[in-house]
Ligand binder design. Structure first.
Ligand code: NAD
Ligand code: TYD
Length: 378
């Protein structure tokens, strides 16, 4: 079946993995990557697919309703997978307006463009899909009731054989009420509500998924894992917020992309699915794994760089623990993460060490100058 799908934010971290998967797996689809190329968007993330005949890049702002609407109509778009967003909590604390604009108004602009076009067609909503990618952070923060960790009630391939602990008895389930704390999660929560409102009010076929922290290649090095890998490599201090006891639930980015593919095609309209691999880590334990892995792969004495750990002032409103219950997705659609955490971390560290050019480009800002010039020349 032929389809035309817009993937927003396709030049970012997760978006680039989703674009790559769809372009390679579905040669009969037309995949349009709509991205504004903010500091987080980098077309070098998609070098291997940029010349494929079923791939098209459009530089545009999701908040620009006229441009988005024209694109949806001109291209006869029947599916939207929406990842474009401002995504970093620390930035949202400094600049909440940008987060409200992109994450809320941008999502509304996409929804309205799709609604106006799809409603104008004789078949209306049939065969259409608006899939919104969200985060587990909308649920707020869980308590740590077992600081030493307990055996979790679930296990998956992604759960680390050695580690595999939960730090409390509660998990985020789909029916939990939203309690966002940061401007980032508040803006994402608001966008989730708008998406659901378009289903409930107009009948638009929408789906929302809420995923835990992702890690893997092409993540912008302001986020914990790529930032710390790069700092360890260059023997720069590792700024650990607070006591390093906050817990995050980590999923390899390609496993998220596979879940998005499955849910886009087989998920039930109006449903919410949580995505996560039951893989909780205290920040400080994860950081020690990163140090040992980088040291080993650089043939340094393992653990030699532990003294880079530098405790700094905690993040304002720092959520204590995230832990996703993804059993609905696993039971209803049969999704399972493919990697154990140790394998995923090893692959990820290797990738950053072997792609130092990518890292240097991103940290120097050169990737933006290159593409600015490319667009000026067109
Ligand atoms: P990212 O910051 O790496 O990429 C965001 C992309 O969106 C960039 O390419 C950027 O240029 C683009 N963009 C930003 N504003 C835009 C605008 N106004 N118009 C068009 N494009 C714009 O983000 P990510 O980490 O890949 O996250 C992607 C999505 O997944 C986000 O919606 C995020 O909330 C969600 N999510 C992320 C994680 C995670 O761990 N990274 C976890 C769960 C959910
Ligand atoms: P981050 O990668 O920013 O993701 P999120 O805030 O969306 O979970 O941070 C992951 C965890 O690491 C979070 O608890 C904050 C912590 N952290 C640090 O301790 N130091 C840092 O420099 C960064 C970026 C994060």
């Amino acid at each position: 079946m032929k389809r035309t799908i817009i993937i927003t934010g396709g030049a970012g971290f997760i978006g680039s993995h989703v674009v790559r998967l769809f372009v390679n797996k579905y040669p009969e689809y037309k995949i349009i990557n709509l991205d504004k190329l903010t500091y987080a968007g980098n077309l070098a993330n998609l070098k291997d697919v940029e010349d494929k005949p079923n791939y098209k890049f459009v530089k545009a702002d999701i908040c620009d309703f006229d441009t988005v609407y024209k694109l949806v109509c001109d291209e006869h778009v029947d599916g939207i997978i929406h990842l474009a967003a401002e995504s970093h909590v620390d930035r949202s604390i400094k600049d909440p307006f940008t987060f409200a604009k992109t994450n809320v108004m941008g999502t509304l602009s996409l929804l309205q463009a799709a609604k106006l076009y799809w409603e104008s067609l004789p078949e209306k909503w049939e065969g259409k899909r608006f899939y919104h990618i969200s985060t587990d952070e909308v649920y707020g923060a869980l308590e740590i009731t077992h600081p030493e960790g307990i055996k979790p009630p679930f296990s998956t391939k992604a759960s680390s054989g050695e580690h595999h602990l939960a730090y409390g008895e509660n998990f985020f389930t789909e029916d939990l009420k939203y309690q966002p704390h940061s401007p980032y999660s508040a803006a994402k929560a608001s966008s989730d509500h708008f998406v659901r409102s378009f289903h409930d009010t107009y009948g638009m076929p929408t789906i929302v998924t809420n995923c835990s922290n992702n890690y893997g290649p092409y993540q912008f090095p302001e986020k914990l894992i790529p930032l710390f890998i790069n700092n360890i490599r260059h023997r720069k201090p590792l700024p650990v917020y607070g006591k390093g006891e906050n817990v995050r639930d980590w999923l390899y980015v390609e496993d998220h992309a596979r879940a998005i593919d499955l849910i886009f095609h087989e998920g039930k309209v109006a449903e919410t699915y949580n995505i996560g691999g039951f893989n909780e880590w205290k920040n400080i334990d994860l950081i020690k794994v990163l140090i040992n892995t980088v040291d080993r792969l650089l043939s340094r004495e393992e653990g030699a760089d532990m003294d880079l750990i530098t405790y700094v002032t905690d993040r304002a409103g720092h959520d204590l623990r995230y832990a996703i219950d993804s059993s609905k997705l696993q039971k209803e659609l049969g999704w399972e993460p493919s990697l154990q955490f140790e394998e995923g971390i090893e692959k990820t560290v290797r990738w950053y060490l072997e792609n130092q050019d990518w890292m240097d480009n991103v940290t120097s800002g050169d990737y933006q100058k290159y593409y600015e010039q490319m667009y000026k020349d067109r």
